[in-house]
Ligand binder design. Structure first.
Ligand code: FAD
Length: 517
């Protein structure tokens, strides 16, 4: 049917003819959902704002059966490709299909939701097209439960982040989101709907996690839950010295559960009054202000902020909360005296931390993103071995004036990542850092080409200096670069592709494999 659709589109240019025949096409595909060959604009855009590829059609499936029908049809067609689109928060066209079919997974967002108890543990079954923020709201408000591992920004889909990894300030304890699911339903590149887990179809399960959409389309995920805290004590402390910041952050992430915070992140900011990149980006509450007189005269061009949060219940005694957050936690830290911010917020709000300052200032950043201005953000994972050199060469020199948005940097632990998944992390050591440059263009800032070229310069610097690093949200143009990215896991990746998507139909926007014709 997709071949028929392909032929139909090429033979019929006028929109009216397409409209007339659409019901027939839907009928032959026998979809419960809808297909649109005209208003495909959404599917040709993503958050990065720099790439645009026009698809043949956008399909809004009703559920896994529709997804399977579309993929099966593409499998039988001579050259069709299929991209699942989550919330389109990729940066480099990864969720697009140039001349192919885009499946808008958001149309399935409401499917599947079910709380499951297994062996004394709680899980929720959710659609691959559900947004994490909706999962959070439904789990907390209905069941007082919450997923264990999050992303900072919650407007991302379950299937989209599981195809990458999904990281935030809880990942030091529970691992990325890809380490916090026990079962998936996946539509493979042959159009088969398979349930997979550590025990059942395990190659597909581990392949799909961090698999960049290459092995199948995730239509359901079983996500681990924990009791939701009523409140979160959210604290930011500032450092002038990189060594003290990293020592404290690394110490906190290696403390046992119960003796440390539940969330540990950090970011780099500019030592100036720049409203976006500098001191004003630190206060949790704009009324709290930032005491720049406390910055030592020896401080350099950038400063560091450690951001931690402690979960607690309303019934917890205040002294118990203070014991962890003030006693065993903050008093041990070497933060710069006088620059301490504390905020008590309802559960979940701190996860939107990087967005709160912009909400408070009229939502500038979010609305620019919503308006579709280019946002060439860059994310890397870098081993502890090289993070000091990265700080010296990148933060203190190249980015000493900021990137027009948050520059996140915080440590994670290798032992919390499952090396059977397709996710790639640095080769050495237990501790590695995630570095995320949340860039966005604005009228007075540098143009998008300059930001993209600065991202490339940073990658080149990491390569030239022999840093042990990987790109998170990787983006390469040649298969040789992909081989380098996957290193000794490349052959496993290729074997999984041959098993689950032998015609290379899926996620063509990643540009890893060419459709077999
Ligand atoms: P999309 O961008 O739509 O898709 C991503 C890839 O997955 C594509 O190749 C697509 O084809 C594939 N895909 C989508 N859905 C499925 C599915 N159901 N099954 C199989 N493959 C699928 N990442 C973090 O880890 N932590 C963060 O805190 C974080 N914050 C971010 C904040 C912003 C503002 C932005 C723009 C990105 C952020 N990211 C973060 C990156 C995010 O994880 C990726 O953008 C990812 O792509 C998820 O977004 P999405 O759901 O929109 O997926």
């Amino acid at each position: 049917m997709i071949a028929c659709l392909e032929r139909f589109i090429h033979e019929n240019d006028t929109e009216s003819r397409q409209d007339d025949d659409l019901p027939n096409i839907c009928q032959s595909l026998d979809l419960q959902g809808s297909i649109d060959c005209v208003a495909t604009g959404l599917a040709g855009k993503d958050f990065g704002g720099t790439y645009s590829f026009k698809p043949l059609a956008i399909i809004r499936p009703a559920g896994a059966d529709d997804v399977a029908r579309v993929v099966k049809a593409a499998y039988r067609s001579p050259s069709m490709t299929v991209a699942a689109r989550g919330n389109g928060h990729s940066i480099n066209g990864q969720a697009m299909a140039d001349g192919g079919v885009v499946i808008d997974m958001r149309s399935t967002a409401e499917n599947q939701f079910k709380i499951v108890r297994m062996n004394g543990e709680m899980f929720v079954d959710v659609s691959g097209g559900a947004l994490w923020e909706d999962v959070l709201i439904r789990c907390v408000s209905g069941f007082n439960l919450a997923p264990r591992s999050w992303t900072d920004y919650l407007g991302l889909t379950v299937g989209g982040t599981l195809s990458n990894a999904g990281v935030s300030g809880q990942a030091f304890r529970y691992g990325p989101q890809s380490s916090n699911v026990s079962e998936l339903d996946v539509v493979t590149g042959k159009g088969d709907i398979l349930t997979c887990s550590e025990r059942e179809n395990s190659e597909l399960f581990f392949g799909a996690l961090g698999g960049l959409g290459q092995f199948g389309i995730i239509t359901r995920a079983r996500v681990k839950l924990q009791r939701a805290p009523d409140m979160v004590r959210w604290i930011r402390v500032v450092y002038s010295e990189f060594e003290e910041f990293t020592r404290d952050a690394e110490w906190l992430v290696t403390l046992p559960e119960g003796k440390s915070f539940d969330y540990v992140e950090g970011f780099v900011f500019v030592n100036s009054d720049d409203p976006v990149n500098g001191w004003p980006s630190v206060p949790l509450d704009p009324d709290q202000g930032f005491d720049q007189t406390a910055i030592p005269p020896t401080a350099g061009s950038v400063l560091y902020c450690l951001e931690v949060a402690l979960h607690y219940q309303n019934s917890d005694h205040p002294s118990a909360v203070d014991t962890v957050s003030i006693g065993a936690g903050c008093e041990e830290l070497a933060w710069t005296a006088g620059i301490y911010q504390r905020f008590e917020v309802p559960n979940g709000r701190h996860l939107r931390g990087i967005f709160i300052p912009c909400e408070a200032s009229g939502g500038t950043r979010q609305s620019q993103w919503d308006m579709g201005l280019s946002s060439p953000l860059a994310q890397h994972v870098i081993s502890k071995r090289d993070i000091a050199d990265f700080d010296r060469m990148v933060f203190k020199r190249l980015l000493k004036e900021g990137v027009g948005g948050p520059m996140l940097m915080y440590p994670l632990l290798r032992s919390k990542w499952d090396n059977r998944t397709s996710v790639m992390i640095p080769a050495e050591g237990e501790i590695f850092y995630i570095v995320a440059l949340l860039r966005f263009t604005h009228s007075k800032g540098p143009c998008v080409e300059k930001l993209v070229s600065q991202n490339q310069e940073i990658v080149q610097l990491c390569v030239n200096k022999g840093f042990d690093f990987k790109l998170y949200l990787p983006h390469y143009h040649s298969q040789d670069d992909w081989k380098r990215h996957f290193g000794n896991q490349w052959s496993r990746f290729v074997d999984r592709k041959a098993s689950f998507d032998p015609m290379a139909i899926l996620a063509p926007g990643q540009k890893i494999f060419k459709r077999i014709i």
